[in-house]
Unconditional design. Structure first.
Length: 288
C-alpha cells in the first residue's frame, strides 16, 4: 500500500536492521473508544505492508479510549513503546510504557501504571537518554489543564518502570509567540495554547533540539526548541518561525538506511483524512 492509503496520526518510524517500522494513532478511532496499536513495514519508505496489530487491550486494562502516539525506542536491547491512554471513567490522559522483544510485538504493559501524574491530562511521551546515561521521558502537560500547555520532563528508573523525579517544566506553548496561535476554550473564557508531540534529536554538532507541535496561522505546525547546554536541564528557547506550518505536525526525525535525515509527520490535521508525509531534511538547516 502507499502512504496515502495509510490513515494514521502521529507517525513514528523505527529503522531496524533492513526494515522501516511505522507506528501511529488509528485516526478513525483517535477521538473515542479504542483498543490497540498497529505497525506498518517497508523496505523503501514507498511501498508498505500492514497493518499488523502490535498491541491489543488486555483484559481488565484500565484504558478504553484515546490510544495515542505510540513511539518505539530501543533501550538495553529491548523495544519500548511509549503511548498515551485514556478512559471514559477517569477521563485523564497519561503516558505508559510497554515492552516487547520484537518491533512487531506483541507489546505488553511494562511500567507501573502511568509515568505521568494521575491527576494531570498528559500525552505524547517520548524517550530521551542523557549523555550520562540517565533515561528520561519528555511529554506534554495538556492545555485542557493549564490553558498554556507545557512540555515537561521526568527522570525514569533504569528499568523504565517508574519515575524517579517530579516533572520539570521545560517551556510553555506561549513562549512560541509571535507565531503560535491561541484557541478560544469552548467552556471557559480564556485563550489556550497547544503543546503536542515532543521528539528529541541530537544534531551532528552536538546541539540538542526538540521537535514539537502547536497551532499557527497555517494550522497545525511543527516547531523546534533548543537547549542551551546540550542536555535536558538546559534553558529551552523556541525558534521564531515554525519548521513546517502547512496544517501538518506531530513529527519526528530518523536516518534512512543510506544515511539521509528524514522527517515524518501527519497531514492534514483533520480526521479521517490524515496520512503520513515524509520530508527530507538538511541537517545543517536545523542547526543554529
Amino acid at each position: 500500500m502507499t502512504l496515502e492509503e495509510i490513515n494514521i496520526r502521529d507517525p513514528f518510524v523505527l529503522p531496524f536492521k533492513d526494515t522501516y517500522y511505522m507506528y501511529g494513532t488509528r485516526a478513525k478511532t483517535c477521538w473515542g473508544l479504542a483498543d490497540g496499536f498497529d505497525c506498518y513495514t517497508s523496505k523503501d519508505l514507498v511501498n508498505w505492508d500492514g497493518p499488523f496489530e502490535v498491541f491489543h487491550k488486555p483484559e481488565n486494562f484500565w484504558a478504553d479510549k484515546n490510544y495515542w502516539a505510540p513511539e518505539v525506542h530501543i533501550y538495553n536491547n529491548t523495544f519500548y513503546m511509549f503511548a498515551t491512554f485514556n478512559s471514559e471513567a477517569l477521563d485523564k490522559k497519561g503516558t505508559m510504557i510497554l515492552s516487547s522483544e520484537s518491533p512487531l510485538g506483541p507489546f505488553k504493559v511494562h511500567s507501573d501504571g502511568k509515568i505521568t501524574p494521575d491527576e494531570w491530562n498528559s500525552l505524547d511521551g517520548t524517550f530521551y537518554l542523557s549523555p550520562e546515561g540517565k533515561p528520561y521521558m519528555v511529554f506534554s502537560h495538556e492545555w485542557v489543564d493549564l490553558a498554556d500547555g507545557e512540555i515537561c520532563s521526568v527522570e525514569l528508573s533504569d528499568d523504565l518502570t517508574h519515575p524517579v523525579s517530579e516533572p520539570v517544566t521545560l517551556f510553555k506553548a506561549s513562549q512560541a509567540k509571535p507565531w503560535v496561535k491561541g484557541m478560544q476554550h469552548r467552556l471557559r473564557n480564556e485563550i489556550c495554547y497547544v503543546t503536542d508531540g515532543p521528539f528529541m534529536h541530537r544534531l551532528e554538532n552536538g546541539e540538542l533540539i526538540m521537535l514539537w507541535a502547536s497551532i499557527s496561522e497555517g494550522g497545525y505546525a511543527e516547531a523546534i526548541a533548543r537547549s542551551d547546554n546540550g542536555n535536558i536541564d538546559g534553558n529551552w528557547t523556541i525558534d521564531e518561525k515554525p519548521l513546517f506550518d502547512k496544517d501538518g505536525g506531530h513529527g519526528m526525525l530518523f536516518k534512512t538506511f543510506d544515511g539521509k535525515l528524514m522527517m515524518v509527520l501527519h497531514q492534514p490535521n483533520e480526521t479521517p483524512k490524515e496520512h503520513p508525509v515524509f520530508i527530507p531534511v538538511n541537517e545543517e538547516s536545523l542547526a543554529i
